[in-house]
Design a protein around this ligand. Structure first.
Ligand SMILES: [Zn+2]
Length: 88
């Protein structure tokens, strides 16, 4: 599986191949926030690392936003969920 310079994984852009260690290639990546970091190949291709760590903060923000959905909508979703369970 190839990882090319300039390829993007989430917020990370591959700048250069750093080298191989323990049978894994490491890539120098730049995050959209400006940080650079070394990331192992399988973390990039597996989607395990999509930022320098700042995307994790985003996920928390997004999850919090989801909880702000109006209560009515939330109960609708809950009802749809229980209906789906009853069908089984
Ligand atoms: Zn970042």
């Amino acid at each position: 599986m190839g990882i090319n310079k300039g390829q993007r994984f989430g917020r990370l852009t591959v700048l250069a191949e750093e080298g191989v260690k323990d049978a894994h290639s490491y890539f120098l990546c730049r995050c959209d926030c400006g940080k650079t970091l070394k990331v192992r190949d399988n973390k990039l291709t597996g989607g395990k690392q999509i930022s320098c760590g700042c995307a994790r903060a985003d996920v928390v923000v997004r999850a919090a936003a989801r909880f702000r959905t109006p209560p009515k909508r939330r109960s609708e979703i809950a009802r749809m969920g229980s209906d789906a369970l009853k069908k089984d």
